[in-house]
Design a protein around this ligand. Structure first.
Ligand code: PRP
Ligand code: URA
Length: 206
């Protein structure tokens, strides 16, 4: 399943992020706000279980999230989505996977991985602003599945059709959430029109 979360607020903020003149500070803040808005939709189908609760007036039945949520940002740029999602799911655990894209081959190179226990029973959200060739997200998801994850969703800001197709072929069971599906990749593997290098714009490098 591919879901493009094209809410007017998300579109408005994303346009600001795309602007090459937007500062690092504004870029980061808009990304953080979009992450929170996206989390609301991404969590729409979280399973619930009944619990009893005693209000000041009476005993009643309520509901709580029945499964643990584990958020896995792909370093570096995935960090930019983390706080916004955690504000809505503050009990979520966080795992990290460090990948960079080799500039020549465009293949992901892994340099770090650290996960909480219990991935088998958790809802795992792999997060990264950019889904370009799909190589990084495919690799990250292969990694969490190898560690037992069975229920995985991918949350990205901007995707290219090439990356979506590659992801759907590699992991057909993984739901993909995007804020925008862009036109294509350029010859350097950058998303067009995209927003440039997300990691550099978040962290002010380059
Ligand atoms: C970017 C981005 C994704 C990846 C997407 O990371 O954040 O992880 O590229 O490209 P792909 O779909 O073709 O794999 P990058 O490798 O630039 O590392 P960074 O986050 O450290 O900047
Ligand atoms: N990584 C980015 O940060 N931006 C792109 O457009 C493609 C990969």
């Amino acid at each position: 399943m591919l879901k493009v979360l094209d809410h007017p607020l998300i579109k408005h903020k994303l346009t600001h992020m795309r602007d090459k003149n937007t500062s690092t500070k504004d870029f980061r803040e808009q990304l953080d706000e979009i992450a929170e808005l996206m989390a609301y939709e991404v969590c729409r189908d979280l399973p619930l279980e009944k619990v009893s609760v005693e209000t000041p007036i009476a005993k009643t039945e309520g509901e709580k999230i029945a499964k643990e949520v584990v958020i896995v940002p792909i370093l570096r740029a995935g960090i930019g989505l983390l706080d916004g999602i955690r504000r809505l799911v503050p009990t979520a655990k966080v795992g990290f996977i460090g990948l960079y894209r080799d500039e020549e081959t465009l293949q992901p190179v892994e340099y770090f991985a650290k996960f909480p226990s219990g991935l088998e029973d958790a809802i795992v959200m792999v997060i990264d602003p950019m889904l370009a060739t799909g190589g990084s997200a495919i690799d990250a998801i292969r990694n969490v599945k190898k560690r037992g994850a069975k229920n995985v969703r991918l949350v990205c800001l901007v995707g290219a059709p090439e990356g979506v197709k590659a992801m759907q072929e590699a992991h057909p069971d993984v739901d993909i959430y995007l804020a925008a599906l862009d036109e294509k990749l350029n010859e350097n593997g950058y998303i067009v029109p995209g927003l440039g290098d997300a990691g550099d714009r978040i962290f002010g490098t380059k």
